[in-house]
Design a protein around this ligand. Structure first.
Ligand code: HEM
Length: 497
């Protein structure tokens, strides 16, 4: 009798499993065949966004792959991107909790990796209302102006020696110094500066590392044994010590000054965050971890991306001398004899803004955005999407889609001169900052830093590549980011008038 019951149960179990599987696969998006255990991981290649475009050409703009055991919805058209980030934004607003993020970013307590929910909402409101608002960005103008002045001095010095300069490195370190001053109220120079840069490099390398256990959980021991988690813990601790010191220094200074630093006197983000903590200005308490995680976000979100954009803008302009000339003419006419361009001069620089947009179109710093996740089973465009599916939006492919753009592979800033397409998440043909609830809160900050740096670098100097502009390497780096693979090494000479 027992054997019969067991037999019937087994048959029922198999039938139910088969039925539910076939039901799901009937409604699942089209997908390429996958291998056991690794799924489609072997197909990623050096440039995942290119691989995903080739797959989309075969399986359509809404398709599914499996990275290990993780189902991933691949989105490759502007219409489908709008459906994810506008129509179904609330369904796809979670983020994957990756193992290295947990170690490096306070157990995913920052805005970019926090799970969708009340905690993330509170953090995001601090970022949007107090750290990255247009008013705050405006109030930090003088920091940008000072750091850009220093950068110009360095270029001038190198030009006086007639030695080529590593422009990419200079851009990256200036962007970094600006973020340090804006967020922490100080920057790190000399030996301390070298140490800080090395630490941050290690931090970002670990953050961007492919961790096999995120996709094949039972293989997570490989990352343990390889020592990667140990290294991540040590780097996280060193970064945490650094942030602790900065916060403690601020508290000491406020105490010595013996007055309650009012909102109008905030010099940097630590001041702002300590004020929010003290006054509970947003109606909820924030602890030390929140403060440090928000500071970390400014570094994670605000450095590599902003530097990469400027690197590509300068590369495209050097590669296209007639566009460089056109931009120089525009800046010169607005500058009206001034050497230094100020932020208020940027308003009338239409061509400069077109160059920025065109660069973001062809070289978005995050070609696949930051993956999102749906917490619950969701119906999407006629498909059943299982809870826990990661959503990858190939904005690189969308921004080169011939259905949206004429001559999509060409760098043509002119295409933006007679339309109102913006990059802030309203036009789904161009979404380098994402869109919707999880869209980038740093757009205004990023564009302010970018435009003023670009205007001054172009206005004050002529740029030449020692072997001729044709030899400038335009290859992108491999992996999930599309930064430049090799730095711009160029000769600067003060602009001849
Ligand atoms: C050129 C510069 C930048 C680019 C291209 C960029 C791009 C992005 C993208 C694609 C996302 C994901 C959007 C989505 O999922 O829809 C994002 C999120 C984010 N970015 Fe940026 N970003 C830039 C600069 C910045 C700056 C300067 C900051 C801060 C100082 C910043 C902070 C953040 C944060 C905190 C998030 C997470 C938002 C959330 O999950 O709620 N970004 N960014």
């Amino acid at each position: 009798m027992f054997a019969i019951i067991c037999g019937i149960s087994l048959v029922l179990f198999i039938v139910i499993q088969w039925y539910s599987k076939s039901r799901k696969s009937k409604n699942s998006p089209p997908s390429p065949p996958k291998l056991p255990i690794i799924g489609n991981l072997h197909q990623l290649g050096k440039f995942p966004h290119r691989t995903f475009l080739s797959l989309a050409k075969k399986y359509g703009p809404v398709m599914q792959i499996h990275l290990g055991s993780v189902p991933c919805l691949l989105i490759s058209s502007s219409e489908a991107a709008r459906d994810v980030m506008r129509t179904h934004d609330h369904h796809f607003a979670d983020r994957p909790q990756k193992n290295n993020y947990k170690i490096l970013i306070y157990d995913c307590k920052d805005v970019s990796t926090a799970p969708y929910g009340d905690y993330w909402r509170q953090l995001r409101s601090i970022s949007v209302l107090h750290l990255l608002s247009a008013k705050r960005v405006q109030s930090l103008r003088s920091v940008r102006a000072e750091e850009i002045s220093l950068m110009m001095e360095k270029i001038k010095h190198s030009s006086s020696t007639s030695q080529p300069l590593n422009l990419s490195q200079l851009i990256a370190s200036t962007v970094n110094d600006i973020v340090c001053r804006v967020a922490l109220g100080r920057k790190y120079s000399g030996e301390e500066g070298k140490g800080f840069k090395k630490l941050f490099r290690e931090f970002t390398n670990l953050l961007g590392m492919f961790i096999v256990g995120d996709y094949v959980p039972w293989l997570d021991w490989v990352t343990h044994v390889s020592g990667t988690y140990g290294r991540a813990r040590r780097v996280a601790k060193r970064f945490d010590d650094l942030l602790e010191d900065v916060v403690e220094d601020h508290i000491k200074t406020h105490k010595q000054a013996n007055h309650d630093l009012g909102e109008e006197n905030h010099k940097d983000f630590v001041d702002v965050l300590l004020w929010i903590q003290r006054t509970e200005a947003l109606g909820f308490p924030i602890d030390r971890i929140v403060i440090k995680a928000l500071l970390l976000d400014m570094f994670i979100g605000g450095t590599g991306t902003t530097a990469s954009l400027l690197d590509w803008e300068m590369s495209e302009l050097i590669k296209n001398p007639h566009m460089m000339k056109k931009l120089k003419e525009e800046i010169k006419s607005v500058a009206n004899g001034k050497t230094h361009i100020a932020e208020e001069d940027l308003v009338n620089m239409k061509y400069l803004k077109a160059v920025v947009k065109e660069t973001l179109r062809l070289h978005p710093p995050s070609p696949l955005l930051i993956p999102r996740v749906n917490k619950e089973d969701t119906e999407f465009n006629g498909y059943h999407i299982k809870a826990g599916t990661q959503v990858i939006i190939n904005i690189w492919a969308i921004a080169r889609d011939p259905a949206n753009w004429d001559s999509p592979e060409e760098f043509k800033p002119e295409r933006f001169l007679d339309n109102t397409i913006d990059v802030k998440g309203n036009d789904f043909t161009l979404i380098p900052f994402g869109s919707g609830r999880r869209g980038c809160p740093g757009v205004v900050y990023a564009l302010s830093v970018n435009e003023i740096m670009l205007a001054n670098i172009v206005h004050q100097f002529d740029w030449e590549i020692p072997g001729g502009f044709e030899t400038l390497d335009m290859a992108p780096s491999t992996g999930f980011l599309a930064h430049k693979n090799t730095p711009i090494i160029a000769l600067a000479t003060p602009t001849s008038n």
